[in-house]
Each structure stands twice: as C-alpha cells, then as structure tokens.
Design a protein around this ligand. Structure first.
Ligand SMILES: NC(=O)c1ccc[n+]([C@@H]2O[C@H](COP(=O)([O-])OP(=O)(O)OC[C@H]3O[C@@H](n4cnc5c(N)ncnc54)[C@H](OP(=O)(O)O)[C@@H]3O)[C@@H](O)[C@H]2O)c1
Length: 322
C-alpha cells in the first residue's frame, strides 16, 4: 500500500514515527508493505524513495524538508497528481473555509486515490466531500476528526447497528479541558495555553479550541452522519466564551436532531464528566437500546490521533470505493 502524506505537523510526525516503529510487524500480519511515497508540507515535497522515515522527521525538526536531497519544490496538489500512490493522508490544519484540505482531497479522488483525513475543517465546509467521493467511486475515512483516538465511527459502524441514536453529548475538545485543569492546579491561563501548544493538542488557531469552534466542527460531522443532514459549521449554536473559562467548568457539546450546541457549563455532579481532567475527552451516545453508551479517554493527543489515522489507512487499503 502506497501512501502520500500531506501535512507534517503534530499528527504527521507521530504517524511517521508509528509507521517506522510498527510498519514491519503490521506488514507481516497483513502480507502487504506500507510504503510512504511522498511527504508534503507548505514548503514542498520529499519523494522518499525508501529513505528512513526518521530522517524525514529529523529534517522537519531541524532545517526543514528542503535540507533533504530528494526535496522538490512541488506543492501537495502536484504531488498528488504526479506521483503514483493508493492512499492520500490529508492532515493539514483545520481552517474556516476548509482550504487547502478540500482541494487536496478532491485532487486525490480525481487521481483515483482513496483518502484518510483528520481534517475537520474540510468536512464541514460547503463542499460535500462524501458526495464527491461517492461520485468518483473513492472512499473517505475520517475517524480521527471526532475525538481523535476514540473509535467513534467504527463503534457506530460495527457495534451500534440496531440502535437509533437520538443524541450525542460530551466534552469533545481536549485542549479546553487541559487548560481548565491547569487552572485548577494553580497555573496561569497563559502558561496553560502555551503548554497545550507544546504538547501538540492545540489547533493552529487556539481560539478554535477555547471558543468552541473545534467542538462545533466535531458536532457538525456527527450531525451529518447520524441524522443524514447537510448541516454546516455556521448552523451550529456556538455559545462558548473565553470569559466563561474557570475552575469547575468544562466545554460541553450536544448534538440532537435540532442541531449542535457548544457551551461552557459548571460540572456539579460526580460523574464521567467530572473525571475529565487533563487532555481528556468524553463522548456519550443516547440511543433507544444502548442508553448512555460512553467512550472516555484521559489522554488524547497527536499520538492517539496518529494511531487512529494509521488504523484508517489499514482499513482503507482494500476498499474499492462506493
Ligand atoms: N493535534 C491533534 O491532536 C489533532 C487531533 C485530531 C484531529 N486533528 C486535526 O488534524 C489536522 C492536523 O493536525 P496537526 O495538529 O497535525 O496540525 P499542525 O501541527 O498545524 O500541522 C499542519 C501541517 O499541515 C501542513 N500544511 C498546511 N498547509 C499545507 C499545504 N497547502 N500543503 C501541504 N502541507 C500543508 C503544515 O505545513 P508546515 O509545517 O510547513 O506549516 C503542517 O505541517 C488538523 O486539521 C486538526 O484539526 C488534530
């Protein structure tokens, strides 16, 4: 299976580390080699040609991809159209208009490649990428877009088939929970926010985390999937304000047939939500047969999301498209 990686930030670097550590054993198990054909960031593209993945990570953390001999100043879209591969992994940052993720994903489909993404911004834009995938007979896997390391969509696909989901709620944003937990431990808001950036959990624009936009993106993706809607990010009710951030509060998201709501609320009872401390996330499904089915993690970050992306890569390797 030949992969092209678009985006070499927190998740991208962890994904290369995981493939480096686990690639051989996974290949032995599946009888198929995982080959990273190219890696692109904003500066250009490295054509790997069998190079150790650790060299790419070292270059990225040092002088940049341009320090590698096989670096070419070709952008991601050209890399997608010019190089042969089976799967494009799109992990550029989530933006308000979904760009450049949308054009990378559409370009992958046009070049008969399946896509795995963690990019929430691209999935809640005006372009219906699922419709495009279907029209072009390609697959789009996106497990890491909602609650990173938690198996939200795979659980829905394989464990909840008889259930009718009426609503989903929870704490979908690890950064705000981490920052509030740091405040509860006596740290300042500024140092808590910079620590969140350092450990790689924060969105590029940290207001997306603190003001509920990241949670609303996740809620919108869930709404579209659960209720078959065409909800857009702009339809979500985002009432989370930075001024409300305080000890004892958490950023809650609720997804119902009516829409998506994000707000800070006090946690008053001892329950699964009060256990959300540090980079935690909670997602709770309310269904007719499985009441309050809950997934919880006390640590979600780029490594966990990279593992989810790798799982999606392995699932999509044999998919032919709709
Ligand atoms: N971090 C998490 O824990 C987490 C969890 C779940 C989902 N996500 C989502 O996953 C995605 C990636 O997250 P991240 O934390 O890895 O982001 P990040 O650290 O901000 O990295 C984004 C990467 O995309 C690259 N990029 C941006 N525009 C590009 C373009 N036009 N062509 C090629 N590369 C481009 C950047 O290049 P440069 O390095 O050159 O700037 C950077 O390497 C985001 O959409 C985020 O919302 C993140």
């Amino acid at each position: 299976m030949r992969i092209q990686l678009i985006g070499l930030g927190s998740i991208g670097k962890n994904l290369l580390k995981l493939i480096n550590q686990k690639g051989t054993s996974i290949s032995e198990k599946l009888g198929e080699k995982i080959e990273v054909v190219s890696v692109s960031d904003t500066t250009g593209t490295v054509i790997t040609d069998g190079m150790p993945l650790t060299r790419i990570i070292q270059a990225k953390e040092g002088g940049g991809l341009k320090t590698l001999d096989s670096f070419e100043k070709i952008n991601a879209t050209s890399a997608i159209s010019d190089l042969e591969a089976d799967i494009v992994v799109e992990i550029t940052q989530s933006t308000k208009d979904g760009k450049p993720g949308i054009s990378h994903i559409v370009s992958a489909f046009e070049n008969e490649k399946n896509v795995v993404t963690a990019n929430k911004g691209a999935l809640v834009s005006d372009t219906d990428l699922f419709k495009t995938a279907k029209e072009m007979k390609r697959t789009l896997r996106y497990e890491a877009t909602v609650c990173g390391g938690l198996p939200v969509f795979n659980m829905m696909d394989y464990c909840m088939i008889p259930a009718k989901i009426s609503s989903v709620d929870g704490i979908f944003n690890a950064t705000s929970t981490f920052v509030i937990s740091q405040l509860e431990a006596g740290k300042s808001l500024a140092s808590a926010k910079s620590e969140a950036i350092k450990i790689g959990i924060a969105e590029r624009d940290q207001r997306d985390d603190m003001e509920g936009i990241d949670s609303a993106r996740k809620g919108t993706i869930l709404h579209r999937r659960i209720f078959g809607s065409n909800l857009r990010l702009r339809d979500a009710d985002i009432s989370a304000k930075q001024s409300e951030i305080a000890s004892g509060t958490r950023q809650f998201t609720e997804v119902t047939a009516k829409g998506v709501k994000v707000e800070y609320k006090k946690v008053t009872e001892k329950n699964v939500f009060s256990n959300a401390v540090g980079p935690s996330m909670v997602i709770r499904f309310n269904t007719d047969v499985l009441d309050h089915l809950t997934l919880f993690t006390d640590h979600d970050g780029p490594l966990e999301s990279a593992a989810t992306v790798l799982n999606d890569i392995l699932l999509s390797r044999s998919e032919k498209g709709a």
